[in-house]
Design a protein around this ligand. Structure first.
Ligand SMILES: Cc1cc2nc3c(=O)[nH]c(=O)nc-3n(C[C@H](O)[C@H](O)[C@H](O)COP(=O)(O)OP(=O)(O)OC[C@H]3O[C@@H](n4cnc5c(N)ncnc54)[C@H](O)[C@@H]3O)c2cc1C
Length: 231
């Protein structure tokens, strides 16, 4: 029988970002700018997939959960950035902002309307699936969870460390932490423990200026207002 819940610390969420889109994207320029914005110690080039890359389609399709949006007529991103480090998220935001390009953020890809990977205007996808570490600390009853993890992975990692702990979220194991916690997150433990978002006690977040913030540096007001609105 479950005796206790855990609290979650989250990394990396993003404030919703959308700028006027531009249509005259030059791939070379885009890549060049991303490289300029990233830190040399965390090379970004291996995280970038353009339509010229043979893995582009499989990377795009692997987190399209609603097959209605996996058609040849579905608008495709100009590129996919599969962030490998927090600095890549910062680089993507800085670039999108500088060039007024729309950025879509995808964690588990379970959005019913495909809004994390489809748009009517030119866009690129910041894909979070590589950022999926889960670090459980039973002594403090907390876990740092990266947003690219799935709920099933969270439950599994918690159960590896403790048979008496759990985390309040959906029963659907393939749903992504990023979108789920951002939208609130309800599940079987809700009556006793509330929503997923009620159990988040810290978060690392990149803001529109590309700054990496945690609860302390963002301040209580922003932490409070962001928690239910991350998605
Ligand atoms: C089969 C199924 C079962 C479900 N069951 C439940 C349930 O039991 N309880 C419940 O509460 N919900 C449930 N949902 C809804 C689900 O929680 C939401 O659709 C959730 O947004 C999916 O998150 P995702 O990361 O998988 O999706 P994504 O498509 O990756 O993201 C969803 C939204 O969040 C945004 N987003 C994703 N990652 C980030 C990030 N890191 N920073 C900022 N924004 C981000 C995206 O841009 C998009 O707008 C279910 C959905 C499905 C398809």
């Amino acid at each position: 029988m479950l005796r206790s819940k855990m609290f979650a610390l989250l990394s990396v969420f993003l404030l919703s970002i959308s700028w006027e889109a531009t249509s005259d994207l030059d791939h070379e320029n885009f890549l060049h700018c991303l490289l300029n914005h990233s830190q040399p110690s965390y090379p970004i080039s291996t995280a970038i997939y353009t339509p010229n890359n043979e893995s582009y389609s499989s990377v795009l399709q692997s987190y399209i959960r609603n097959l209605r949006f996996n058609m040849s007529t579905t608008p495709k991103p100009l590129l996919i950035l599969t962030a490998l480090h927090e600095s890549h998220v910062q680089a993507a935001i800085s670039y999108a902002r500088e060039h007024n390009l729309q950025m879509k953020i995808r964690s588990g890809g379970h959005d019913y309307e495909g809004v994390s990977y489809v748009s009517d205007v030119p866009f690129f996808v910041l894909d979070m699936f590589n950022l999926r570490s889960i670090d459980v600390d039973v002594a403090s009853e907390t876990a740092w969870i990266q947003v690219g993890a799935t709920l099933g992975e969270v439950y599994y990692r918690v159960s590896e460390k403790s048979q008496a702990h759990g985390f309040p979220a959906s029963v659907e194991p393939t749903v992504g932490v990023g979108g789920h916690f951002g939208g609130g997150g309800y599940g079987n433990m809700m009556r006793k423990y509330g929503l997923s978002v009620d159990n988040i006690i810290d978060a690392k977040m990149v803001d529109v200026k590309g700054r990496l913030l945690d609860r302390k540096s963002m301040g209580e007001d922003l932490f409070w207002v962001s928690s239910p609105n991350f998605g």
